[in-house]
Design a binder for this molecule. Structure first.
Ligand code: ADP
Length: 578
């Protein structure tokens, strides 16, 4: 007679059979023993301080590995804490599975006041690709396999798996419980576009006098870097990466038009979207900025529903990036198409002029006192140039925006940031996920406000002794630490955006990590070097001038105008300086 097994045992065996090595979570009723069992059976359980952070780590594990990351939380409040990250993973198209323990269904459904009672299965439904509840131990194998397939197939995303506490402890009454375990076959099958779709796209491209490629994080996720590079280098078409697609082709490549972005996107007559949505990050495809009115789009995306979501798409190529490019690139090569030299010359001239201006600005900013963003960011740029296999995680407003422009990324999937939702609280959790999944050093570049959302995860970084250096660009406030007069009140402590120059580095010391406070670029470079060489958890508190940084960084225009002229509290905008 085969060994008796309960739901929890079958869950752990299902995860093992599916190659799950790491689970990110926070224990409590009713999943503490599940986490213990995972550890016992060889799955590493990474315990966090808040569930949202654990779910973020699972999400980035999914993005980096191409297999769903797994997270585990307790019922109602823990589950709810994890939901923001589940929804965010789904918005970002990252495959992941959130597993939460849940309370007695009979009591929950009759609203009888159950411990942490919540209809989690239905609450999760609109916030992810699919929600499944496993009511019987014999269905655990099916539930795990179904969650993995749903997370990975087509457009990837988050899946919720509800694990009632009763089911976890219930013995499976089959003779051979292990026979219920399933491993999905080919969960992300190749999807090729038709020959007609390829021919149409080639025709559109052949008409292009000023073509450009926009690479998004869908292409990075798809690990299509070899095909994309081949395409770029055989056609010379200039490319612009979205922030997390930096490094798919190294920044600085001769066809990079990142430094001539407005020209490349605004003047193009044909743009090839590779795993990038025309969402708010691209002004929903608006013209004349960022795109011209008459531009034709070729869009490569795994999700047919994405096509025509904001602009008319002349040539959709629906399929997975690698399969599409394996058909499209040879067809373009066979057509003999190359980007016209006149266009390349225009882009090259603009790029050279802009790079010269930017470099002057960076160098002028490097040594300013008090320290500005460039003083903190340039040493990071230089460290990554020397060690390109360092992961960079970034969140904040100004810190995020300026870091994106200043710091070159040289390898694919090495920049991880706030993504499609621009959400704060991803920095330290993504750093944990990246360090665990890749074993490589990570720099988590944080604004001081952003650090507040996930700073307690420094404990997690220290407990697992991960090679993570957290750099806090500290300008004493949300956006900055400037007084903003409200009525007659100018006391900083009463200003909503003011935070003060806190000693965040002490948080690292509290948990046994290294700590630095730096005030200029030289100290910053030295601290960063020592942190990198030590491989130990570190916080570098980079003290900037409190006036550094603009409200909402580069997206201040998204704020509604509340204070208008004539109203108490109105501050006239400063005239624009060149
Ligand atoms: P970015 O923010 O970098 O512009 P988005 O997240 O907006 O990128 O877009 C990513 C797109 O990539 C999504 O529309 C998604 O459907 C698509 N995508 C995800 N995986 C693949 C894949 N394997 N092949 C093709 N497209 C993919």
């Amino acid at each position: 007679m085969a060994e008796e097994m309960n739901g929890a045992q079958l869950l752990v065996e299902s995860l093992l059979a599916n190659g799950v090595k790491n689970v990110y979570g926070l224990v409590g009723i009713p999943v503490t023993d599940v986490a213990r069992l995972m550890e016992l059976k060889g799955i590493d359980f990474y315990g966090f301080r808040r569930e949202d952070a654990a779910v973020e780590a699972a999400a980035i594990a999914g993005y980096l590995t191409g297999r769903p990351g797994f997270a585990l939380t307790v019922s109602a409040p823990g589950f709810l804490n994890g939901l923001v990250a589940l929804k965010e993973a789904t918005q970002n198209c990252f495959p992941m599975v959130l597993m939460s323990g849940s309370s007695d269904r009979a009591l929950v459904d009759m609203d009888r006041g159950e411990y942490e009672g919540l209809d989690q299965y239905n609450v999760a439904k609109p916030l992810c690709k699919a929600s499944y509840r496993i009511d019987k131990p014999e269905d655990v194998g099916l539930g795990v396999a179904r969650a993995i397939r749903t997370a990975m197939t087509g457009r990837p995303g988050g899946v919720y798996l509800d694990l009632p506490g009763e089911m976890l402890g219930e013995i499976c009454d089959l003779d051979d419980p292990m026979s219920t375990i399933q491993v999905p076959v080919d969960p992300a099958p190749a999807m090729e576009p038709s020959d007609e779709a390829i021919a149409r796209a080639v025709e559109v491209l052949r008409s292009a006098k000023q073509p450009a490629i926009l690479i998004g994080k869908g292409a990075a996720y798809a690990k299509a870097e070899d095909q994309i590079r081949d395409f770029v280098e055989s056609t010379n078409i200039p490319f612009v990466p979205m922030s997390m697609a930096k490094g798919v082709i190294p920044d600085g490549h001769k066809s990079s038009a990142a430094a001539a972005r407005s020209l490349a996107l605004g003047q193009s007559d044909v743009i090839i979207l590779m795993g990038a949505r025309l969402n708010w990050l691209l002004s929903n495809g608006a013209s004349p900025k960022p795109f011209g009115k008459d531009v034709k789009f070729i869009q490569i995306d795994i999700d047919g529903e994405e096509i025509d979501s904001n602009r008319h798409i002349a040539a959709p190529l629906v399929g997975d990036m690698v399969s599409v490019l394996k058909k499209f690139v040879p067809a373009v090569k066979a057509s003999g198409y190359k980007a016209p030299q006149e266009w390349l010359d225009q882009i090259a001239a603009k790029r050279a002029a802009n790079e010269e201006k930017m470099n002057e600005r960076y160098e002028a900013g490097r040594n300013r006192e008090p320290m500005g963003f460039y003083g903190a960011l340039l040493p990071i740029k230089e460290l990554i140039a020397e060690h390109p296999d360092t992961y960079l995680v970034s969140e904040g407003a100004n810190t995020l925006d300026m870091g994106r422009n200043v710091i070159d990324i040289l390898q694919p999937r090495h920049r991880l940031d706030t993504g499609t939702w621009g959400v704060m609280g991803v920095g330290l959790p993504y750093a944990v996920g990246a360090a665990v999944e890749t074993g490589r050093p990570v720099i988590a570049l944080e604004g001081d406000s952003a650090f507040g959302f996930d700073g307690m995860e420094m404990d997690t970084i220290c407990r697992y002794n991960l090679p993570v250096t957290v750099v806090i660009a500290n300008n004493a406030g949300v956006y900055n630490g400037i007084d903003h007069k409200i009525g007659d009140e100018t006391i900083k402590q009463h200003v909503p955006t003011y935070l003060g120059f806190s000693h965040y580095e002490k948080i690292s010391e509290a948990f046994g990590g290294n700590a630095y406070e730096v005030h200029n670029a030289t100290e910053m470079a030295q601290a960063l070097k020592e942190a990198y060489e030590s491989g130990k958890p570190t916080i570098i508190n980079a003290i900037l001038g409190e006036k550094m940084g603009a409200e909402s960084g580069h997206i201040g225009h998204l704020n509604p105008v509340v204070f208008h002229e004539g109203m108490e509290g109105y501050v006239a905008p400063k005239p624009k300086t060149k």
